[in-house]
Design a protein around this ligand. Structure first.
Ligand SMILES: C[S@@+](CC[C@H](N)C(=O)[O-])C[C@H]1O[C@@H](n2cnc3c(N)ncnc32)[C@H](O)[C@@H]1O
Length: 284
């Protein structure tokens, strides 16, 4: 019988500075990833968790797979995990670089790599997907998640172009988290004077945090960090809200003269993709 390692145990064992275990958004991310991997009753024997860091997701994977191996290039993390999870005999940790460590072809039921691939160059991402394909058994699944920016070099399209074309994409999920509005500095000051930021907070309780980042130059970011999970349907609403607040002001024309809202193109989301290796060669 599988020995279930529950959330309370994971929280107790967690020893990390990012409060991953206690953050609702992180728990939600892990839960979504587990759900996706388990779709259609997929029940893997061996799972490899690449870039396991503090083992938060690896330990959760024991609810799904019979044995889980977490690897990370960071030896400090691995030693710490080995100590903390010493009692969990279906969970092992090893220091290794996925691109270097040999795995027998077709030996794994499932591979997960959450928030790891943006450490890689596009060429390394290609190598990662090719190698993952070789290591998986036919019908095996690869689950990856990455931060995607709505603009710039790390877009969804450029990331997906590195996926080995032999994979079939089964499902994808997106978690919208940070939403940036770019405003010119005078506008931020103007909004401050008019108490717009306070108004925003009152009108939109979903905004957990409003931050301003100041960079040299004229462009500055107003970062709206929503609480919990940012639904894609909420984003247009937020944009309307901010525009509406600006437009409702009698000095609207002056403000719009200074303002350029860039949204949601400058936002960030997490993309989760579930890929499957062909059950037999040439089936799709
Ligand atoms: C942002 S952490 C993600 C941790 C965890 N997967 C999660 O989603 O919470 C990325 C981890 O990937 C590891 N990593 C980077 N390149 C790697 C490689 N080539 N092989 C194994 N681990 C790697 C890093 O050391 C780091 O601990």
């Amino acid at each position: 019988m599988k020995q279930r390692i529950d959330d309370a145990q994971i929280d107790r064992l967690a020893n990390e500075p990012w409060y991953v275990s206690s953050r609702a958004s992180q728990k939600d991310r892990f839960a979504r990833c587990l759900r996706l991997l388990a779709a259609d009753g997929f029940s893997p024997q061996q799972i490899l968790d690449v870039g396991c860091a503090n083992g938060q997701f690896s330990s959760r994977l024991t609810s799904l797979g019979q044995t889980v191996l977490g690897i990370d290039i960071n030896n400090e993390r691995i030693l710490d995990n080995q100590r903390r999870f010493a009692d969990c005999d279906r969970l092992r940790f090893e220091q290794a670089d996925f691109l270097q460590r040999p795995f027998a072809a077709g030996s794994l039921d499932s591979i997960t790599a959450l928030e790891v691939l943006y450490y890689f160059t596009p060429e390394q991402q290609r190598q990662f997907f090719q190698k993952a394909y070789e290591c998986l058994r036919p019908g095996g699944r690869l689950l990856v998640s990455v931060n995607i920016f709505f603009s710039g070099h790390f877009s969804e399209a450029s990331f997906l172009s590195t996926v080995d074309p032999r994979f079939r994409q089964l499902q994808a999920d997106r978690i919208y988290r940070n939403y940036y509005y770019r405003l010119e500095l005078p506008v931020i000051e103007w909004l401050d004077q008019l108490n717009y930021l306070e108004k925003l907070r009152i009108f939109s309780p979903n905004i957990l945090k409003l931050e301003r980042k100041f960079y040299p130059g004229i462009w500055n970011e107003l970062l709206l960090r929503p609480s919990g999970v940012m639904d894609r349907y909420l984003l247009p609403g937020l944009r309307r809200l901010l525009l509406g607040l600006i437009e409702s002001d009698p000095l609207y024309h002056l403000v719009t003269g200074l303002t350029r809202l860039v949204a949601p193109e400058s936002g960030k989301s997490q993309l989760i993709v579930l890929l499957e290796k062909a059950k037999c060669e040439g089936t799709w």
